[in-house]
Design a protein around this ligand. Structure first.
Ligand SMILES: Nc1ncnc2c1ncn2[C@@H]1O[C@H](COP(=O)(O)OP(=O)(O)OP(=O)(O)O)[C@@H](O)[C@H]1O
Length: 712
C-alpha cells in the first residue's frame, strides 16, 4: 500500500487502482474550499421485492427435485444450469436444503389461525425459499373446495430461512394485497406453526415446466399461443392491481388440479419478487432508477432491464413472458449454457445481441411480433394487453373444448380483438432496438455555456499530440476532454476550464500509477483521460480544480460497487474511460456535483438519459467499450440543471457532419473559431446501432447553428 504522505505537504490523493483495500485514509486539506460536495443522495429504496433485507435466492436444485418427482430426467445439465436466481451478493447463494436441514423438520400436522388442522402429505414442490406440501384436512371444515377444502397446498418457510429475517415472508404482504386477483391461487389462511411460517392456499397441478418436460421438452404452437393469451390476461389483472410479478418463468405458471374442471386453467404463483409499479397513495408510476449491481429474477428469463438493475415495471414481466413462450416452443434459448461469475453479464449481452428474427426462427410469426412489441415498451408505458393478445389470434383454435389451455381471461380482455387485429396491420412499427448487429459510433455530448474559445483535434497520432497541446497553451486554452479511436486521439481544448496549469502523459500502461502519483504530489489532479484499443492511455492532470482528494480504479467490469462505496465517502466520478475491456474510473472529493447516477447499457441508453435530464441531471462523464456504454449524470450546486445538453451519435467523428452543414452556409468560414458557444464535453466511440445520424441530430445541429448565429 503506497504511502503518499511524503514531503512537506500532506498528500490529498489516494490511489485505488485494483484493490479497494489499498486506500490510504486521506487527510483533507485544512481550510479547503467551503461547500464541498456532499455524498450523493442515499440510494432510493427499491420497490419491495423478494426478500426484505435484500435476500437473494438460489433454486438450482429445485428443478432437479421436480424432475425426479414429476417427469423424466432429460438433459439436466443444459436444461437446469440457467435456473439460478441471483441476488445482490454472492454470499447469499445458500442452498435451501442445507439451511432447512440444519433447522427443524417440517411438522406432521399444522394448524394456523382459525384454519382447519392439516396433515402434511407429499411434497408438491420446493423453491429457494419455501417448500410446498399437500395438506389433508383432518379437523374442521366440510367442503371439497375453497377455504375448507379437503386438500390444500401448504407453503412452509422456516423462521430462520432467508426470507424471514424480519418476520413473516414478504410474499405474505403481496398475497394480502392481491388475494382474489384473477389467475392467482386463493390464500385462505396464514400464520406461524412452530418454527414455520405457513400459507394455506388452493392446491394446484403441474407447472408449465413439468408439462414441457414431460412433453419431450417442446409444446405445440397452439398450446403456447393459449398460454400466451391467458398469461397476458393474468398479468393484466395483476398489473391493474399495481404490482409486477418480477419472476415470470415456466415454473411459476401452474395448471389447475388434474381431474378437476380447472385442470386446463392457468395460474401464476410465487409472489416473492413482486413489487409495486404504481405508488398506492399517489397513483403515480414509481420513479425510474438504475442500480447496475442489483439483479432480481431468474437469469434465463429476466428482461434486459432487470439484468441492468433498472427499477422493475410492467414491461419486464412481458419481456420475461416472451422468453418463457419461446422457450416452451423451441425448447431452448440462445443464452443457455453460460457459467461462471459473469454469467449474468454474458446472458444479458447475448440477449441484447440476439435479433428477434434469430430468436424466433421457426416460431409462428406472432411470437416475433410479440417480442418486438414488448421489448420496445418504455419504462412507464401502459402495455396494450388487448392488442398483445390479438397478436396470437390466428394461432388459436376456435372451439373452446379443443383448446389445450382455457383462455377465459383472454376472451374477456379481447372483446375488441377482431378490430385490433386490423389495427395491428396499420400500426407503424417502432424503431427496433435490438438489431443484433453492432456498429461503432461516436457519441458526443454538447452542453450550452457562455461563449468561450474552443478548439478540437482528432485522428491525432502520439507524436503530434504535444505540438497541438503546446499551441493551445500558447493561446491560453487547456485540454477539457480527450477520447480515442483506433489508437488515435481526439482532444478538445478550451478557455472555460478554469485550470491554471496542465500536464499530460501518453503511457503504454493503463494507467501508469507512478506518473499519476508524482503529479498528485505536485498538486495536479486527473481532469480527463482516454484509453486506446492497444491499451495505452492518455492522462491529463491539471491545477486549478476544486478537488481536494482523488482516487481511481481500473477494473475488468464496470465497477459500480466501488463507485457506490466511494459515493458514500463523499467522492464523485469526475472522469472515466476504457481501454479494450478495461474501465478506469476517477473519483474526486469537493467537485461541484451533489448527486450522481449511472446509466449503463449495451446500447445508447436513450430513455434513461432523457429521464435523468428531466430530473435535473446532466451528463458529466461517459465511456464505452466494445460491449457497454456508461454515462455518469450529476446534479450540481452550480445550477448544472440550467445547462442545456444534447447528444449526437455518428459513425465518424462528428465534425464531418458539422462541416457538411457548414459548407452550405455562412457558418462554414467561421465555424472552427466560433463553435465556442457550445462545448464538446465528451467524445467517445461506442458500440451501438448501425445508424448514421439520427433525425434528432439534424434537428439538434440546426438548433446549434441558430444559437451560434445569435452570438455573431
Ligand atoms: N398452490 C400450489 N399448488 C401446487 N403446487 C404448488 C403451489 N404453489 C407452489 N407449488 C409448487 O411448489 C414450487 C415452489 O413454490 P414457489 O415457487 O411458490 O416457492 P419459492 O420458494 O417462492 O420458489 P422460488 O425459489 O422460485 O421463489 C412451485 O414451483 C410449484 O411446483
Amino acid at each position: 500500500m503506497p504511502d503518499l504522505r511524503r514531503g512537506v505537504r500532506q498528500s490529498k490523493k489516494i490511489i485505488n487502482d485494483d484493490n479497494d483495500d489499498a486506500i490510504i485514509a486521506p487527510t483533507p486539506r485544512r481550510g479547503a474550499r467551503r461547500g464541498r460536495a456532499q455524498a450523493p443522495k442515499a440510494p432510493m429504496p427499491r420497490p419491495a421485492g423478494r426478500g426484505r433485507g435484500g435476500r437473494a435466492k438460489a433454486n438450482q436444485d429445485k428443478n432437479v427435485e421436480l424432475f425426479g418427482a414429476r417427469g423424466p430426467q432429460l438433459n439436466l445439465d443444459v436444461a437446469l444450469r440457467d435456473q439460478l436466481v441471483v441476488g445482490k451478493t454472492a454470499e447469499n447463494f445458500v442452498a435451501n436444503d442445507e439451511e432447512e436441514g440444519s433447522t427443524s423438520p417440517v411438522p406432521e400436522r399444522v394448524q394456523v389461525g382459525n384454519s382447519p388442522a392439516y396433515m402434511l402429505e407429499r411434497k408438491l414442490g420446493k423453491g429457494g425459499f419455501g417448500q410446498v406440501y399437500v395438506g389433508r384436512r383432518v379437523t374442521g371444515g366440510s367442503g371439497n373446495t375453497g377455504p375448507d377444502a379437503l386438500e390444500v397446498a401448504l407453503k412452509l418457510e422456516h423462521r430462520n430461512g432467508k426470507g424471514c429475517n424480519y418476520g413473516p415472508p414478504y410474499e405474505w404482504q403481496v398475497y394480502s394485497a392481491l388475494n382474489g386477483c384473477y389467475g392467482l391461487p386463493m390464500v385462505y389462511h396464514k400464520g406461524r406453526h412452530g418454527d414455520y411460517y405457513i400459507l394455506v392456499m388452493d392446491k394446484l397441478g403441474p407447472s408449465l415446466w413439468d408439462v414441457w418436460n414431460s412433453s419431450n421438452q417442446t409444446l405445440s404452437g397452439e398450446m403456447v399461443a393459449c398460454i400466451a393469451v391467458e398469461s397476458l390476461s393474468i398479468l393484466e389483472q395483476l398489473h391493474l392491481r399495481g404490482f409486477v410479478h418480477g419472476d415470470i418463468k415456466p415454473e411459476n405458471f401452474l395448471l389447475g388440479q388434474p381431474g378437476t374442471p380447472n385442470e386446463k386453467k392457468l395460474y401464476l404463483v410465487d409472489l416473492g419478487l413482486a413489487s409495486k409499479w404504481r405508488d398506492t397513495s399517489s397513483g403515480n408510476h414509481v420513479d425510474y432508477d438504475q442500480k447496475p449491481d442489483v439483479f432480481r429474477g431468474t437469469v434465463r428469463y429476466a428482461s434486459v432491464h432487470a439484468h441492468l438493475g433498472r427499477t422493475g415495471s410492467r414491461r419486464d414481466d412481458l419481456e420475461s413472458l416472451a422468453y418463457t413462450l419461446i422457450f416452451l416452443l423451441k425448447g431452448k434459448l440462445p443464452w443457455q449454457g453460460f457459467v461462471g461469475d459473469n454469467k449474468g453479464f454474458l446472458v444479458c449481452k447475448k440477449k441484447m445481441a440476439t435479433s428477434a428474427d434469430h430468436l424466433c426462427y421457426f416460431c409462428p410469426p406472432p411470437f416475433k411480433q410479440f417480442l418486438e412489441m414488448v421489448t420496445n415498451l418504455r419504462f412507464d408505458e401502459e402495455p396494450n394487453y388487448a392488442k398483445l393478445i390479438a397478436v396470437f389470434e390466428n394461432c388459436l383454435v376456435s372451439g373452446a373444448s379443443l383448446r389445450p389451455i382455457r383462455i377465459d381471461g383472454a376472451l374477456k380482455v379481447g372483446q375488441k380483438r377482431g378490430r385490433l387485429l386490423t389495427d395491428l396491420e396499420d400500426t407503424q412499427p417502432r424503431k427496433k432496438i435490438r438489431l443484433g448487429t453492432p456498429a461503432n459510433q461516436w457519441i458526443s455530448v454538447y452542453s450550452s455555456r457562455t461563449p468561450m474559445k474552443q478548439r478540437y483535434y482528432y485522428n491525432v497520432k502520439d507524436s503530434r499530440l504535444d505540438q497541438h497541446v503546446e499551441q493551445g497553451k500558447n493561446d491560453g486554452i487547456y485540454i477539457s476532454c480527450v477520447a480515442s479511436a483506433q489508437n488515435l486521439w481526439a482532444v478538445i481544448m478550451d478557455a472555460g476550464t478554469g485550470f491554471t496549469s496542465q500536464v499530460h502523459e501518453i503511457s503504454p500502461v493503463f494507467l501508469r500509477k507512478e506518473w499519476i502519483m508524482e503529479q498528485w504530489e505536485k498538486n495536479y489532479y486527473i481532469t480527463s483521460l482516454a484509453g486506446a484499443s492497444n491499451g495505452s492511455a492518455l492522462v491529463v492532470m491539471s491545477k486549478g480544480t476544486p478537488y481536494t482528494q482523488q482516487s481511481y480504479k481500473v477494473s475488468d467490469v464496470f465497477p459500480f460497487k466501488w463507485i457506490n462505496k466511494k459515493w458514500k465517502e463523499g467522492f464523485v466520478v469526475t472522469s472515466m474511460t476504457t481501454a479494450g475491456n478495461k474501465w478506469a474510473i476517477v473519483m474526486s472529493r469537493d467537485s461541484s456535483y451533489i448527486n450522481q447516477v449511472v446509466e449503463l447499457d449495451f446500447l445508447y441508453p436513450s430513455e434513461g438519459i432523457h429521464r435523468r435530464w428531466e430530473n435535473g441531471y446532466r451528463i458529466t462523464s461517459a465511456a464505452a467499450n466494445e460491449d457497454q456504454a456508461a454515462f455518469i449524470l450529476s446534479t450540481s450546486k452550480r445550477r448544472l440543471q440550467d445547462v442545456n445538453q444534447e447528444t449526437l451519435r455518428t459513425t465518424a467523428f462528428p465534425c464531418t457532419h458539422v462541416k457538411e452543414k457548414w459548407s452550405k452556409n455562412f457558418y462554414y468560414r467561421v465555424a472552427v473559431e466560433r463553435i465556442e458557444n457550445y462545448h464538446f464535453a465528451l467524445l467517445r466511440r461506442v458500440f451501438g446501432q448501425n445508424d448514421v445520424v439520427y433525425p434528432s441530430c439534424h434537428h439538434f445541429l440546426e438548433k446549434w447553428f441558430r444559437n451560434v448565429n445569435q452570438h455573431f
